[in-house]
Design a binder for this molecule. Structure first.
Ligand code: GLN
Length: 459
């Protein structure tokens, strides 16, 4: 889609202004129902149009998750405490995308903590496939916008699945690249050793084209990878010799339709000529526990800056510092409070060794096990999410229920590996299911190439 639009723009069949206006109109109409955008940036879009079309993304309409800073735009991270915040600078990934057209900032669970967008101060984003269901999360607004056709592509963040799970719920493609491949400079941090910026679009080709632009070494991010050999991710490789591992998992809690769709895709992978082999990860049962100790620990450190003085809600008319802190922190959404509390506990001196150190050791064991598995296979496939999109009125009384649904997406974040979610057919209720393809670090070309072949069937 991007290539065709680029050709039209370049040939002058449509101007960047006309394209921007067309997408802004769709965004404004659809947002009334879907709530994909926290802000639709019409003035910004029109005042930043490219003079001439040079690079591939010039003039292409995009939706950016609202935890990524863009100079002079409102960046809320989906939270009440940042609802007035105006970015003083632009994230590197945004500068790398040249003169794309910013349609708006995508809705998200506050500070990216969640899987439904129900934790957003601005209300949930709905799923264009069925507006009685949510778009998933935390980058649900971006997925909803891309699936509804109000943006050609989207940029989100993925700490434990936040690009892939909403992509799966909304029937689009979502890529979480290798940790460090895309600069995090300008992303509001969640769990810094897990966070990556990810890409969403309707096709694998589009995701590959955006990745080409997005991944440049950035000295402003100390974990940015400096890869000397430039890869063209849109030149897919031959995958007929690929060794595909099929993750063995416990069926409990995985919906029947998801299992059926997954089994069908294994047959399709075999038809492509790939060899297929079961992969057992003994420590899979510990990934949720390790993640939900390590990530809140990192969160509790990262959230310290939202103290109402440096960033965040600044209370007025309070009598002393203690009351100031209490007031400032009281504005955090419930899930934010929960994670700060868990993280403060797991890092506290009496419990650090019992929780944080242990979870960190488990993370290392999981990495070792995956490293070993990747000596045998090139990629590992699994469902993206154990369920299709949740009903919008579903209440999760126990947060653990929702945490457990991250079982397939979290491993890639724990080990810093790339993974993609592609549409994998519909459930009986006509809701999208997703297939995840994960590979060892820097195997993006392999997973995109296999994804592209399979996408042809279900996309
Ligand atoms: N659902 C996961 C969580 O709530 C993932 C969030 C994310 O990737 N930002 O932690």
């Amino acid at each position: 889609m991007i290539l065709e639009l680029h050709k039209k723009l370049k040939a002058g069949n449509i101007s960047a202004k006309e394209l921007a206006e067309e997408y802004l109109k769709i965004a404004e109409d659809k947002n009334k129902v879907l709530n994909s955008y926290i802000s639709i940036t019409k003035d910004y879009a029109i005042s930043h149009l490219p003079d001439k079309i040079e690079s591939i993304l010039d003039g292409i309409p995009g939706c950016i998750k609202d935890n990524i800073n863009i100079l002079s735009t409102n960046t809320t991270a989906g939270s009440q405490v940042l609802k007035e915040y105006i970015s003083p600078y632009t994230a590197t990934v945004i500068s790398n995308l040249d003169k794309f057209t910013l349609i708006g900032k995508g809705n998200m669970d506050s500070f990216a903590f969640g899987s439904t967008t129900q934790n957003s101060y601005f209300g949930p984003s709905l799923n264009p496939h069925d507006i009685n269901t949510v778009a998933g999360g935390s980058s649900g607004g971006v997925a909803s916008a891309v699936a509804a056709g109000s943006a050609v592509f989207g940029i989100g963040s993925d700490t434990g699945g936040s690009v892939r799970q909403p992509a799966s719920f909304c029937g689009i493609v979502g890529l979480k690249p290798t940790y460090g491949l895309i600069s995090r400079y300008g992303l509001i941090a969640m769990g810094s050793s897990f966070d990556v910026i990810g890409i969403m679009a309707n096709t694998v080709d589009d995701v590959a084209l955006i990745l080409n632009e997005a991944c440049k070494y950035d000295p402003k991010d100390s974990t940015s990878l400096n890869i000397k050999k430039k890869i063209d991710y849109s030149k897919f490789s031959d995958i007929s010799k690929l060794k595909v591992g099929v993750l063995k998992f416990n069926d409990d809690g995985v919906e029947k339709d998801v299992i059926t769709a997954f089994s069908n895709s294994i047959e399709d992978i075999k038809k492509l000529g790939c060899s297929v082999k079961e992969v057992v990860i003994d420590h899979l049962k510990y990934v949720i526990a390790a993640y939900y100790i390590l990530v809140p620990s990192e969160i509790s450190a990262n959230m310290a800056r939202f103290d109402g003085i440096r960033f965040g809600y600044h209370p007025k008319g309070v009598k002393d510092l203690e009351e100031f802190y209490i007031e400032a922190r009281s504005k955090f959404e419930d899930e934010v409070k929960r994670r700060i509390l868990i993280g403060t506990y797991t890092l506290s001196s009496g419990y650090y060794d019992a929780y944080y150190s242990k979870a960190d050791a488990v993370r290392r064991l999981i990495k070792q096990e995956f490293d070993e598995a990747f000596r045998d296979v090139d990629v590992i496939v699994s469902p993206t999410s154990p369920t299709v999109a949740y009903r919008k009125d579903k209440v999760f009384d126990n947060p653990l229920e929702l945490y457990l649904s991250d079982i397939f997406t979290i491993p890639a974040n724990l080990i810093g590996a790339p993974a993609i979610s592609i549409p994998n057919g519909l459930s009986c209720d006509n809701l999208p299911t997703g297939l995840q393809i994960m590979g060892p670090q820097l195997s993006e070309l392999n997973i995109l190439s296999l994804a592209n072949k399979l996408y042809k069937k279900y996309g």
